[in-house]
Design a binder for this molecule. Structure first.
Ligand SMILES: N[C@@H](CCC(=O)N[C@@H](CS)C(=O)NCC(=O)O)C(=O)O
Length: 208
């Protein structure tokens, strides 16, 4: 059984989507980041960076003590490796999934997050910051769309790289107020619909 420490934001949704895809039983625990649950000492033992998501694997493959993980990219890799799904084994295909996974967790995710913050959550409107993160987020989405021009999924076959990118296309609070301005070619979503992973309503079950 996997314990999922979760709030329904893109980083939390990634893990819920993968768990649903793997058809693994899991127990979601709400970490309400609006109330500051992420700073609770018990949660910090799992996630010292005070961010969701985190998991605890009660049945690790080595048969030992439960394993806890934080960082969405590490969790995606851990679960994909454990179940040998959604992560290719061949060296060339595998490295491509790594590339796009790290691209998402190191680039698209944080930049879209800053864009969202400076546009919608910052106590004051700072034009330089808004411009900087708008441009960088737009550039990253252009990179993604370009990648999808010639292929069905982000990194070869459907993989954890798609799962990492997909919630940013769905989260209504991420950069969407200005979507039509920033991403004029997108039709209702940032990522081309053909990249939509074949899962059904993963967050419904995981919702706290
Ligand atoms: N690099 C981290 C980022 C996680 C992250 O930013 N989580 C946000 C929600 S999407 C959070 O917990 N925020 C709480 C806070 O800012 O205090 C990952 O990929 O897991």
């Amino acid at each position: 059984m996997i314990e999922l420490y979760y709030w329904p934001t893109p980083n939390g949704q990634k893990i819920a989507i993968l768990l649903e895809e793997l058809e693994m039983p899991y127990q979601p625990f709400a970490i309400d980041i609006r109330k500051g649950d992420q700073f609770q000492p018990d949660f910090l033992k799992l996630s010292p960076n005070n961010r969701i998501p985190a998991i605890v694997d009660r049945v690790p493959t080595d048969g030992g003590e439960p394993i806890s993980l934080f960082e969405s990219g590490a969790i995606l890799l851990y679960l994909a490796e454990k179940h040998q799904r959604l992560l290719p084994t061949a060296v060339r295909e595998r490295k491509t999934v790594w590339e796009w996974l790290f691209w998402q967790v190191g680039g698209l995710g944080p930049m879209a997050g800053q864009n969202h913050h400076f546009r919608g959550a910052a106590p004051e409107q700072i034009p330089y910051a808004i411009e900087r993160y708008t441009q960088e987020t737009a550039r990253l989405y252009r990179v993604l769309n370009q990648q999808l021009e010639t292929r069905e999924y982000v990194a070869g076959d459907y993989s954890i790289a798609d799962i990492a990118c997909y919630p940013l296309d769905r989260g209504p609070r991420i950069a969407k107020p200005s979507a039509s301005k920033i991403f004029p070619t997108s039709s209702g979503g940032f990522i081309k619909s053909k990249a939509a992973p074949p899962f059904s309503k993963p967050t419904k079950r995981a919702k706290p």
